[in-house]
Design a protein around this ligand. Structure first.
Ligand code: TYD
Length: 137
């Protein structure tokens, strides 16, 4: 059976009566962190992403609310609901991904191993399939 595309890292967490503190340390991730960005002010049902990266590897976490992430390696599609800030989802290079806001104003935090580079994006699904060797044409 094929391995799942979904890889989740469970963060160290500290939860007393005063809330939940979750920790990402350098050694938590298999990447060198180069960039952190977050997406806020998104309406319910909005879908973002619709791309893959040639090289960039990212970890996603939903800090508040719930976001459904679809990952596609060209052969298989899998979905995972991010609704817990103590979980980081790996989005590897060459994985087509979309993120659907299940709850308005959910906050998505992304940790990446590269600086922003538009040339690292594959925004055309047919080109993506070709790149991962899945284009039948
Ligand atoms: P994009 O990655 O396409 O967002 P999404 O897939 O969530 O819809 O980025 C949206 C815009 O923001 C695009 O014009 C590129 C710009 N951007 C940066 O300039 N730097 C960044 O680090 C990121 C992630 C995006």
């Amino acid at each position: 059976m094929k391995n799942s595309i979904i890889k989740i890292i469970k963060l160290k967490e500290f939860s007393q009566n005063r809330g939940l503190l979750s920790v990402v340390e350098d050694q938590t991730l298999d990447i060198n962190i180069k960039r952190i960005y977050f997406i806020t002010n998104v309406l319910k049902s909005e879908i973002r992403g619709h791309h893959a990266h040639f090289k960039t590897i990212q970890y996603l976490t939903c800090l508040s609310g719930s976001i459904n992430v679809m990952l596609d390696d060209g052969a298989h599609k899998e979905e995972v609901l991010l609704d817990n800030p103590s979980k980081l989802l790996l989005v590897d290079k060459l994985i087509w991904h979309t993120m659907e806001w299940k709850t308005e104003n959910s906050v998505l935090l992304v940790i990446a191993n590269s600086l922003f580079d538009e040339n690292d994006y594959i925004r055309n699904y047919q080109l993506f399939l070709k790149k991962v060797g899945r284009n039948e044409n």
